[in-house]
Design a protein around this ligand. Structure first.
Ligand code: 9MR
Length: 373
């Protein structure tokens, strides 16, 4: 059955390409965003070269297939707020202008995250943790300034990113060390103050782990009980070929939706590479030295593996479509395979194939399956 759907999709591609030749209709005319228009937003993370329009092969795909964008890196605190008294909006302005020029639903990523955090943010000049009062003030300035600048233009914010561990406990970040769990409701309140109309999200990886599922449900309920708005839970969706199961992912989708918020798949990709650690999620701190054996497909992906990848990605899209009533957005974490962070994480210098478009910017069969099935 699986093999059949992959074969059918390859057949579709051949037929479309052939039709394209004879009728002078290039295959580029088909579009994910049109096919999914009444289902959910289909988004993509873009880098600064793409936002500047300098990667024309990628920008063609972004404009054709996607109706939402998220900033892959340019809104992280170390980029946008490098010093306490200095913001740098050069790249973020360009990102937002690109989204507006292309009529896209623009997502900001991310306001409060322990990683890629500006070194000054949580400490004083001697490197000691600042007091809760000082950190509260810094968070207020950071969130008000950034959300305020893009008020009405950025439609949704990843307010807090990756604050819960796989076992459901709070990550022991600097924010947690100084403010305890209170830093999360505080961040949501500040974002709501700064733009009452923007959607507010909690975003995290490995959301199919039962512990994380329970921890995030607990967090959402705590916010709701205190009257603090949260509109959606972002399930990042950095998949492996063998993890998580579709069923476990579905269980988490349903658990989050049962709290009354929407569900978003916010950073979808799927590695084909072996994992040097077991199920390392997307913890950017995890790092391993290069080993050739861990880079099995440096030239091209064998057909059986690409078939497995394609069918599994199709299974996930089927799952998202089945639950379209609760899913408001599905966002890919990058345009083409060559763009992906997966090539360099958790081991630098590998060749991965995690996205919907290959290194030649050609759509993979699953793109046709999503459009035509
Ligand atoms: O894709 C991003 C990569 O280019 C950066 O080097 C990395 C560190 O800032 O972050 C990657 O994006 C991460 C996202 O911001 C949060 N979830 C995990 C993503 C993959 O690491």
């Amino acid at each position: 059955m699986k093999k059949l759907s992959y074969t059918l999709a390859v057949g579709w591609m051949a037929a479309l390409l052939c039709t394209g030749c004879t009728r002078q209709q290039p295959v580029q005319e088909i579009s994910l965003k049109e096919a999914l228009a009444d289902k959910f937003l289909i988004g993509v993370a873009i880098n600064s070269t793409q936002a500047a329009g300098r990667d024309t092969a990628a920008t063609r795909i972004i404009r054709q297939h996607f109706n939402s964008i998220v900033a892959e890196n340019c809104m992280k605190s170390e980029v946008i707020h490098p010093e306490e008294d200095r913001y740098d909006f050069t790249l973020s302005d360009q990102f937002v202008e690109f989204g507006e020029a292309n009529d896209m639903y623009i997502i900001g990523h991310t306001l409060i995250w322990h990683s890629q955090l500006s070194p000054w943010f949580c400490v004083d000049e001697a490197g000691k943790n600042v007091s809760p009062e000082v950190l509260t003030e810094r968070m207020r300035d950071h969130i008000h300034t950034i959300v305020g600048r893009y008020k009405g233009r950025i439609k949704g914010w990843d307010v807090v990113n990756e604050a819960i561990e796989d076992d459901g406990s709070y990550r022991k970040s600097k924010f947690y060390e100084i403010l305890g769990e209170e830093f999360i409701p505080m961040a949501f309140r500040l974002a709501q103050e700064a733009d009452p109309d923007a959607e507010l999200y909690y975003n995290d990886f490995s959301m199919a782990h039962p512990g994380k599922r329970e921890g995030v449900v607990r967090l959402v309920k705590q916010l709701q009980e205190r009257g603090i708005r949260i509109d959606a839970v972002g399930m990042q969706g950095h998949m492996q070929l063998d993890f998580p199961t579709v069923e476990a992912f579905e269980e988490s989708m349903l658990a989050f939706a049962a709290t009354g918020v929407k569900v978003m798949i916010t950073e979808l990709d799927m590695t084909v590479l072996p994992s040097p650690g077991q199920h390392v999620g997307a913890n950017v701190e995890a790092r391993f030295g290069y080993e050739k054996a861990m880079n099995p497909y440096p030239e091209e992906l064998p057909e059986d593996v690409s078939g497995l990848w394609n069918d599994r990605m199709d299974d996930f899209f089927k799952l998202f479509l089945k639950h379209r009533a609760i899913v408001s957005r599905v966002t890919l974490w990058g345009v083409a395979d060559s763009d992906s962070w997966r090539n360099d994480w958790p081991m630098e210098g590998r060749t991965d194939y995690p996205l919907l478009f290959d290194r030649n910017h050609q759509p993979k069969p699953v793109v046709y399956q999503v459009i035509y099935d």
